[in-house]
Each structure stands twice: as C-alpha cells, then as structure tokens.
Design a protein around this ligand. Structure first.
Ligand code: SF4
Ligand code: SF4
Length: 104
C-alpha cells in the first residue's frame, strides 16, 4: 500500500488532498518524465459542489501503474512508500501527473 497525496481538487474522488478510492491506476506506458504520466482514475467533479459526502479519504491505497520506466514500478505496481499526484485545476486525466515518477 502506498501513501498518496493528491492536489487534484477538481477530481470527484478528492477530499482534503487525499484520494477516496481504495485503488487507482497511473497511466504512461511510454513515460520519460512526470508530465507523461497521469492518473487514469481521474473523474471531473463537474458541478464543483459534490464533496465526497459519503466517502472517506484513504491515506494508503493500491496503485497500479503502467509507467514501467519508473524506478518504483515493480510488475506494473507502484512500490514507492509515498507518492504525490499533481494537477490542480485539472479538467481531464491528461492534466494530472505522478509527481514522484523517476526515470530508471
Ligand atoms: S486524481 Fe486520481 S489520485 Fe487524485 S483524487 Fe482523483 S482518482 Fe484519486
Ligand atoms: S512513483 Fe512511479 S511507479 Fe509509482 S505511481 Fe508514480 S510513476 Fe507509477
């Protein structure tokens, strides 16, 4: 399980800079740097008013990851102790990134 901070407050699953999902997938199979990655589990919070009323932030979650060029990727699973998903104001998944990506 990876500790995850996420500043993508425009995502439906975000609450208090944490993610409310129990698992996410990070995309970027060809990624060479952070900008080539994104959170594939992003969903836009379209009306901006729904704040996960019935959800609880998860500080640790399972992170599947397609960015196989990252040093933390072990068999398409993230082995990092702590990652940060970034993309404040994102309107789509491509506007987000895994800020912890490091090239092998
Ligand atoms: S962008 Fe990804 S990590 Fe962040 S809250 Fe949304 S689903 Fe969770
Ligand atoms: S740190 Fe690396 S392996 Fe973990 S989610 Fe980010 S890009 Fe994927």
């Amino acid at each position: 399980m990876t500790k995850l901070d996420c500043n993508v407050t425009s995502c439906l699953h975000n609450s208090d800079n944490c993610c409310c999902k129990s698992a996410i997938i990070v995309e970027g199979s060809q990624a060479k740097d952070t900008a080539d990655t994104c959170c594939g589990s992003f969903d836009e919070n379209k009306d901006g008013s729904f704040h996960n009323l019935f959800k609880t932030p998860e500080s640790r979650l399972e992170v599947d990851c397609e960015a196989v060029n990252c040093i933390y990727n072990e068999g398409r699973h993230c082995s990092a102790e702590h990652i940060g998903i970034a993309g404040d104001g994102a309107r789509e998944a491509g506007h987000t990134e895994c800020a912890t990506f490091r090239t092998r």
